[in-house]
Design a binder for this molecule. Structure first.
Ligand code: FMN
Length: 190
């Protein structure tokens, strides 16, 4: 099941039939013996959508918010006609930012496990999202970029992410990531 209506609108071969999707997600949750994670693809999940997902039995949410990889823009680049190319550009930044999604959902539903992805580019952003209430952070584009370069570039990037997270922990007086999740001061720091 896909949660990418915007991308499907712009894709020439797009399938815009999302009828009864929430109900179908509920059926999957009911029948599968394993926990179900619902994930967006770069436009974010609002607190009211999170509520609907939680009510049908979803166990965790990857908000995949706006601000990073844009499938509208990818489809605009792929488009072979004016209409789709321009439609993709208009909606390139469509969505709720990852930070807003995490902030809003974690306030209303503190017990639902959250994954923050979409536009995360460094360890300081990771630390801030952990302080905002996410449990896990996901990055796609920066790893893809490094992977195109070399294996060493991936190692170097991971090392930098670690150093950035540790620096954020040290400068806020938090001994580990768990204590960061309970600390409010990082939320106010630039
Ligand atoms: C090359 C590529 C392929 C992806 N394929 C999928 C996919 O099949 N399903 C999905 O839910 N998300 C997919 N994503 C989205 C990522 O999992 C993630 O939500 C998003 O790209 C994270 O944002 P970022 O790229 O700005 O870090 C893909 C991302 C990239 C870069």
């Amino acid at each position: 099941m896909h949660l990418n209506p915007l991308q499907e609108c712009i894709q020439p071969e797009g399938d815009t039939n999302f009828k009864n999707l929430l109900h179908k997600i509920g059926e999957v949750c009911e029948k599968l013996p394993v926990p179900v994670i619902v994930k967006e693809v770069g436009n974010g999940i609002s607190a009211s959508m999170a509520e609907k997902l939680i009510n049908v039995g979803v166990n965790a949410i990857d908000v995949a918010g706006a601000g990073g990889t844009s499938w509208a823009m990818v489809e605009s680049e792929r488009a072979n006609n004016y209409l789709r190319s321009e439609l993709g550009k208009t909606f390139a930044n469509w969505g709720i930012s990852t930070a807003d999604c995490i902030n809003d959902i974690s306030h209303q539903f503190p017990d639902i496990p959250l994954i923050a992805s979409g536009g995360i580019r460094n360890g300081l952003q990771i630390a801030k999202l952990l302080a905002l209430g996410t449990d896990v952070v996901g990055l796609a584009y920066p790893f893809l970029k490094a992977a195109i370069e070399s294996t060493e570039a991936i190692d170097q990037f991971i090392e930098l992410l670690n150093a950035e997270i540790k620096t954020a922990l040290f400068c806020t007086g938090n001994k580990d990531v768990n204590s960061l999740q309970k600390s409010s001061c990082l939320r106010k720091i630039n």
